[in-house]
Ligand binder design. Structure first.
Ligand code: NDP
Length: 298
């Protein structure tokens, strides 16, 4: 029996996409500006191609211009850097996203550093990282930004809450911690060397799990009434569905945690759908800033 409210990320993401589409329509009508997102993918990882296709479709559905460059796996680093340079200089391109991971012969940090910070809609450029941590207007990584939106929609003011972020990656854990700190939470960042993790978790009003380990966070790690945001996406065998079948689970044991938490995101259907919706939002913000227009609240 679950007592927690299930946070419906699909519904929140649909509402955010609708607000983005309204903002795009207004920008077109009042400024003649159509935000445009360019995605670059190198190589042929099937999951990444599905993800990039979804990004393109949702960008167009929001009324924006979508372009995708699909480059072969053996593309030299210099060719990728030259394409980024061209897009940096193109006034009609407002957002540039390089799908990760990149093939091993390409230096990821060099590529991310080549993107003009104001077009860096993934928020991975060190300038945006620095802006985020110093409280300046930044383009913020999409997944943690989506988590924050879900948290604020459920909790309201986060001021003074005790939060734990499990995971310290540059993509999720660290920016999540920065966002919670900026909301005046008292933040613990946990990782693989953290001692007494269950105890640290039980102290938290907000638990964000971004670990990549299926159902690692147990029900008895969660404080009664806490809000649990599960970022993890893990594919595990599901023999109950038939031979060779699999299913997606998060980093939190949902069944257990839902009995204790006040609210929890499911996997799938929680954080996942927010990521692309936040990418669309970032593209609108980037387009506005590049054109000296006040970005709408989204
Ligand atoms: P990374 O592998 O980059 O980072 C994982 C983090 O978890 C590391 O900081 C690691 O610590 C920590 N960790 C690993 N094992 C433990 C442990 N036993 N106890 C405590 N901490 C541990 O992963 P990402 O941040 O990129 O992704 C995390 C999860 O989120 C994945 O499941 C991924 O698929 C998912 N994800 C979902 C997205 C979405 O759209 N919903 C988007 C991005 C990611 P250390 O630093 O010490 O090694």
């Amino acid at each position: 029996m679950s007592s927690a409210e299930i946070i419906d990320g699909k519904a929140y993401a649909a509402a955010l996409r609708a607000r983005v589409a309204d903002a795009v329509a207004t920008l077109k009508a009042s400024h003649g500006l159509t935000p445009a997102l360019t995605v670059i993918i190198v190589g042929d990882d099937p999951a990444s191609h599905v993800y990039v296709r979804n990004k393109g479709t949702q960008t167009e559905e929001a009324g924006m211009v979508s372009a995708t460059h699909r480059l072969p796996a053996e593309t030299p680093e210099a060719v990728l850097l030259a394409l980024i340079e061209k897009l940096n200089a193109d006034k009609a391109c407002h957002g540039i996203l390089v799908q990760l991971p990149l093939p091993k012969h390409i230096d990821e940090s060099k590529v991310l550093a080549a993107i003009q910070p104001d077009k860096d809609v993934d928020g991975f450029h060190v300038i945006n990282v620095g802006r985020l941590w110093t409280g300046q207007d930044a383009l913020v990584p999409c997944t943690p930004f989506g988590c924050l939106m879900l948290l604020k929609a459920r909790v309201g003011d986060l001021w003074g809450k005790r939060a734990i972020v499990i995971g310290r990656s540059n993509i999720v854990g660290k920016p999540m911690a920065a966002l919670l700190l900026a909301e005046s939470c008292t933040v613990t960042i946990a990782h693989s060397r953290t001692k007494d993790l269950p105890e640290r978790c039980r102290e938290a009003d907000i638990v964000v799990a971004a670990v990549g380990r299926p159902e690692m966070v147990k029900g008895d790690w969660i404080k009664q009434g806490a809000v649990v945001i599960d970022v993890g996406i893990n594919r595990v065998p599901a023999p109950e569905k038939g031979d060779g079948k699999s299913k997606l689970v998060g980093d939190v044991n949902f069944e257990e945690a839902a009995k204790v938490a006040g609210a929890i995101t499911p996997v799938p259907g929680g954080v996942g759908p927010m990521t692309i919706a936040c990418l669309l939002r970032n593209t609108v913000v980037a387009a506005c800033r590049q054109n000296g227009i006040d970005a709408p609240e989204l």
